[in-house]
Write a protein that binds this ligand. Structure first.
Ligand code: GDD
Length: 227
């Protein structure tokens, strides 16, 4: 089984080398797909250095958002299992073994890594982000009739066949509720596993804001009620 690691990137020159090295260090047969979303901080020059037969670099010619970068990445995967990896250091690639296990054991088609279950460590940060996430996850669950604990997690893992039947329409962070609504309507087995999480602050490079929360709310309604 080969793993495709899709990394959407926007202005991450401080972390891109480290995250690439951390992914490379995971002892799993894999390909890495770096999708740069028109970074202007020097990230692109670093990506040229990282390109190799096992690390492909795809470039957007304007900034379109994380969802759009994933659409580009998913369209190019060759592996049997696909994982989304943020370009910062919040989510630890050491978790891949745990995240892929339910698929490798033939139990799951999709796995979400949750920051809210089990005794893994996590950095304590923003109360309002936690509340926003809990609210969006609750609303999404009410509409999908699922019981996820972390709908907004980065770590979403798919058998490639599942993604072949999904087209991401949302360019920005709205793709999280969109893809969740879409898999809920498919006949797939969804699992959750607990993961560690080392969130970063705005000074450390976080870009997401309250407007993304409002956009996510609209996407929950749009993809569950109107489609
Ligand atoms: N391609 C692309 N990537 C972007 C953009 N903006 C941010 N990203 C990438 O998306 C990741 C997360 O961005 P942050 O700004 O650090 O937000 P976050 O708080 O960590 O986001 C959390 O919530 C999001 C929405 O649920 C999740 O998508 C994300 O994985 C994480 O859990 C980073 O790897 C960043 O490079 C963009 O315009 N384009």
């Amino acid at each position: 089984m080969k793993l495709s690691v899709v990394i959407p990137i926007y202005n991450e020159k401080e972390t891109i080398r480290a995250i690439h090295a951390a992914v490379q260090a995971v002892p799993i047969d894999k390909e890495i797909i770096l999708v740069d979303d028109y970074s202007t901080d020097g990230t692109r020059e670093i990506l040229n250095e990282l390109a190799s037969p096992s690390t492909r670099v795809l470039l957007h010619e304007r900034n379109m958002g994380k969802g759009a970068a994933l659409r580009t990445g998913f369209g190019n995967v060759l592996g049997d299992i696909v994982i989304i990896q943020d370009a910062d250091l919040e989510y630890d690639p050491q978790e891949y073994a745990k995240l892929t296990r339910p698929i490798l054991e033939g139990k799951a088609d999709v796995v979400y890594g949750s920051r809210f279950v089990t005794g893994e460590y996590r950095r304590v940060l923003f109360f309002w982000h936690m509340l926003g996430n809990k609210f969006l996850t609750l609303l999404s669950n009410m509409m999908t009739n699922m019981n996820l604990t972390d709908m907004e997690t980065c770590y979403k893992v798919f058998r490639r066949e599942v993604l072949e039947n999904i087209t991401i329409e949302e360019n920005r962070f709205g793709f999280e509720p969109e893809i969740t609504a879409k898999i809920a309507k498919m006949n797939v087995r969804i699992y959750e596993v607990g993961i560690s999480y080392s969130g970063r602050t705005y000074k450390e490079g976080k870009k997401i804001g309250w407007k993304d929360g409002v956009a996510a709310l609209k996407c929950i309604l749009k993809y569950n009620l109107l489609r």
